[in-house]
Design a protein around this ligand. Sequence first.
Ligand code: AMP
Length: 195
Amino acid sequence: MEEMNFSDLGLSPQVLEAVQKAGYEVPSPIQQKAIPVLLKGKNLLGTAQTGTGKTAAFSLPLLSKLDFSHSTPAMLVLTPTRELSIQVAEAIQSFAVAIPKVRTLAVYGGQDIGVQLKALKRNISVVIATPGRLLDHIRRGSVSLARVQAVVLDEADEMLNMGFKETTKAVILGVILAGLIMLVASTGVFSVIGL
Ligand code: AMP
């Protein structure tokens, strides 16, 4: 098979700049498959182990494609754990190094909610959250999902196993009602949560 470059995939110049800074040379198999699909605005169900480059596989095309010109979040990533939310927030912030408008925030249970309430007021464009704490913010009205254009369920199987099924479903349905365009998750998740 001919070797593929990141520049063949249709990513934005700003995102390509970040890829270069990260020192990535060749897109991983999941990146080669997922990036063109997400750039077309299609929903994606994918299964990938940790360490395969899955974070970049969904982040690079979404950072290339979504409209980040509003002051409320354009992208939402749900993760099962605090650790993963922090890690994904840092990765996305690094991929957005050349897009000045993009600010990420990890929102997770166990952290003082006051800190998060303050941080959410600062034009956050990508929220990476654990479902329970996100629902808390939705109920308080401290986060608006009205302009979210893509939702990623990262390690969705684990999230559902941990008993977040109803919360995850509630969040997704809320975004769908607000005009969701894309949903990214691992295989089988939609039928499990009954969508
Ligand atoms: P992940 O599977 O998203 O946890 O990524 C695992 C590790 O691979 C992270 O340290 C990424 O920075 C790195 N990585 C992701 N994509 C690539 C790539 N195309 N080339 C080299 N390293 C990569």
